[in-house]
Design a binder for this molecule. Structure first.
Ligand SMILES: [Zn+2]
Length: 312
């Protein structure tokens, strides 16, 4: 079965000026995908709808929804010093969360084997109450809880290889054993969370796995700890659905990160996630998070999608 590509041109209208998280990122990715005619034609194109309130409030407070709505309506340019918005950003962030929902629908109904959501703004820093770190709503988290609510999926694994720790995703599921959050990230680094001893709490203890890496960690070591993390997920909580928080700012040369992964490393890691999915006969969804090296990003993401599609 094919791989799905969830995308809407509205993502280009989240205008952030000269900010590193800008529309050019998606343009470069689309160019690279379209150049690869064979891959492009093989992808099932899926149009998302905006996430509903009930999808968002499974992860975020109504207060955050209202806050973002009013900031955008009043023409504010910043949520915080890092996070730029324009008047359209509120609707577009709902459409980005909706891409996670659409990707989950596409894999759970069997329309596609797996799916990549090509979205912005990204999501993994958004906590229940706070939009931060370029993120407004937590797309991956919303997808996970939607899969549970809509399809009765019991255990979801969110695998986050962005260079930054996904503090928002960790927060949302910290006491929840039904969603295993696994992150490899540069540490210490923005946003400051992500130490090894943050393991979840209450019933969620042991279902949050951080593997912090120092800047400059060799790709070989990085891949080894990634495999160890996948093994821990498998032992502790074999997933019924896997969501990749696919941040490519952990790639070598990214202006916002100091990790050393190459395209081939991402392909290998993608394959390992798909192997885990296959072994348990479950589906995988991948959602774009960071990645700011414009000269490399298109090809890097094309490689990732190719790896998804070869696994299909
Ligand atoms: Zn990042």
């Amino acid at each position: 079965m094919p791989t799905g590509l969830v995308y809407d041109p509205a993502y280009l209208e989240h205008r952030t000026g000269r900010h590193p998280e800008n529309a050019e990122r998606l343009r470069r990715i689309l160019e690279a995908l379209e150049r690869d005619t064979k891959l492009w034609e093989s992808l099932v194109k899926i149009s998302p709808r905006p996430a509903e309130d009930q999808d968002i409030t499974r992860c975020h407070s109504s207060r955050l929804i209202d806050h973002l709505h009013s900031l955008c309506e009043s023409g504010e340019s910043f949520v915080d010093t890092d996070t730029v918005i324009c008047p359209e950003s509120y609707g577009i962030s709902r459409l980005a969360a909706g891409a996670a929902v659409a990707a989950v629908d596409a894999v759970m109904t069997g329309q596609v084997d797996n799916a990549f959501a090509l979205v912005r703004p990204p999501g993994h820093h958004a906590t229940p109450d706070t939009a931060m770190g370029f993120c407004l709503f937590n797309n991956a988290a919303i997808g996970a809880r939607y899969a549970q609510a809509r399809y009765g999926v019991e255990r979801v694994a969110i695998i986050d290889w962005d260079v930054h720790h996904g503090n928002g995703t960790q927060d949302i599921f910290y006491s929840d054993p039904s969603v295993f959050y696994f992150s490899t990230h540069q540490y210490p680094y923005y946003p400051g969370t992500g130490s090894l001893d943050e393991r979840g709490k209450g019933k969620g203890e042991g279902f949050n796995l951080n593997i912090p890496l120092s800047a400059g960690t060799q790709a070989r070591l990085h891949r080894e700890v990634f495999i160890q993390g996948l093994k821990i997920i498998e032992e502790k909580s074999p997933p019924d659905l896997i969501i990749i928080s696919a941040g490519f700012d952990s790639g070598r040369g990214d202006p916002l990160g100091g990790l050393m992964l190459d395209d081939s490393d991402f392909s290998e890691m993608t394959g390992q996630v798909l192997d885990l999915a296959d072994k348990h006969s479950v589906r995988a969804v991948s959602i774009l998070e960071g990645g700011y090296n414009l000269s490399a990003l298109g090809e890097t993401v094309r490689n990732h999608i190719q790896a998804l599609s070869h696994g299909a």
